[in-house]
Design a binder for this molecule. Structure first.
Ligand SMILES: [Zn+2]
Length: 424
């Protein structure tokens, strides 16, 4: 259609038409290797053509149009931009527990801007940010989309929903301070209202706490928190309004109830058991394991002054999680990559890959979890997750072959998001 309009315009006044409608500039990426994440095959002498923010052609030794700007990445391997399904960009690990109480909302937002750039430079071009205070994640998302600050594309949850006294409440203060977390809602009516409220203020995904957690006071990660009816009400509202639901869940009961209530992902999944594995497979619920954090948190507990009560929980839950999740991997539960970055320093997200491989995934499966699979979890498989015609030009380059050495993804050399080079 556009061609026809230009054609007639050109007949009428060729010079005017040429001046008014310059063809979009073509960018050509060249690299010795390109990983096709669907097949696991490597395309040699790869060429990717890009116009504006989209990929327009991909192949081996494609002809490069005259006038195209060429970026030659030499011997490197092109991989789709990575997706982290569980981040906390506006948090830093040293702000755990009481260290967090002096941080204002504006300060947290600026912490988020710093971490967004670190995450993008680490090769993560899209993240799902699940749980932050004061809609800092929503503000950060909008600033990135507007081009005000650099960062990954963000699917933001705003306040995470949870029960009074649960992992998503603020449980650090004595009763006289009367502090209640902004995401707290109890009972079917209240959780429906809270779901609508966070969507009103910009949430693109709903995060709930289905069980207790590790980095919260006075709760047990094994115990379920929301009831089945409450979770069903949240999922019903969220889905009706076009949002997916991510459930923080460690204990087996909470995992089962959340899956049966229809959540889209179980995040952490530490105590997943045979029944949980079976129903997650049957319901095609995504597991978002967050495993590298176990190494970092226990090694750095002293440096970040992790309160003793939280360290005790971490020492029990995190090693157990690896055993249980390894069983879920071998049973074929669908997995979408997630890290919980913020509990450990942003930018180290790529260290999660090696843990998945250690627990039984092939390197290709681990890479698929952060590309094809995470794109599906986010409902964005038509736009991200593979280097294919029509998708956003989100690409990274690594040295060597990530299928032989998945730790190459910890040392991303070059990053492009939406067709623009963001880091070399
Ligand atoms: Zn988290």
């Amino acid at each position: 259609m556009r061609f026809r309009v230009y054609f007639f315009a050109a007949l009428a006044c060729p010079l005017l038409a040429l001046a008014a409608a310059p063809a979009p500039k073509v960018l050509a990426l060249k690299a010795a290797h390109l990983l096709d994440v669907r097949t696991g095959l490597t395309v040699r002498d790869a060429v990717v053509l890009i116009q504006n923010d989209r990929i327009t052609a991909v192949g081996s030794k494609l002809a490069i149009p005259a006038g195209a700007q060429v970026i030659d990445l030499g011997e490197q391997t092109l991989v789709p931009g990575l997706i982290d399904s569980h981040t906390h960009l506006t948090s830093d690990p040293e702000n755990v527990g009481y260290a967090s109480v002096a941080l204002s909302i504006p300060r947290q937002t600026l912490i988020g801007a710093k971490n967004a750039l670190k995450t993008l430079k680490a090769g993560f071009t899209t993240v799902r940010d699940v749980g932050s205070e004061g809609y800092t994640d929503v503000g950060l998302r909008d600033a990135i989309d507007a081009g005000d600050v650099p960062g990954p594309r963000i699917i933001a949850s705003g306040n995470a929903l949870g029960i009074t006294g649960g992992h998503c409440d603020d449980t650090m203060h004595a009763p006289q301070y009367r502090i209640v977390g902004d995401g707290v809602a109890d009972g079917v009516d209240a959780v429906m209202r809270k779901t609508r409220e966070v969507i009103k203020y910009g949430a693109g995904v709903i995060k709930i706490c289905a069980t207790g957690g590790v980095l919260s006071f006075g709760d047990d990660p094994r115990a379920s928190q929301y009831t089945f009816d409450e979770m069903k009400a949240i999922v019903g509202e969220a889905h009706r309004l076009g949002r997916k639901v991510a459930a923080h869940a460690h204990g087996g009961d909470g995992i089962r109830m959340a899956v049966l209530a229809g959540v889209d992902s179980i995040d952490h999944g530490s105590y997943i058991d045979d029944e949980g594995i079976a129903i997650m497979k049957a319901h095609k619920t995504w597991l978002v394991p967050t495993l590298y954090l176990g190494d970092w948190l226990i090694d750095n507990a002293e440096a970040i002054r992790l309160p003793a009560a939280l360290l005790e929980k971490a020492k029990v839950v995190l090693p157990l999680a690896r055993k249980n999740i390894a069983r879920a991997f071998s049973a074929g539960v669908p997995v979408a990559f997630g890290t919980d970055s913020g509990v450990y320093p942003h930018g180290l997200n790529g260290r999660e890959f090696a843990v998945y491989v250690k627990l039984g995934m092939t390197p290709l499966q681990a890479i698929q979890s952060a590309t094809l699979n995470a794109a599906q979890l986010l409902g964005m498989e038509d736009r991200i997750g593979a280097i294919e015609v029509g998708k956003y030009a989100d690409l990274i380059a690594v040295k060597g072959d990530p299928l032989k050495d998945v730790t190459q993804l910890e040392r991303v050399q070059w990053v492009m998001k939406n067709g623009a080079v963001v880091a070399r």
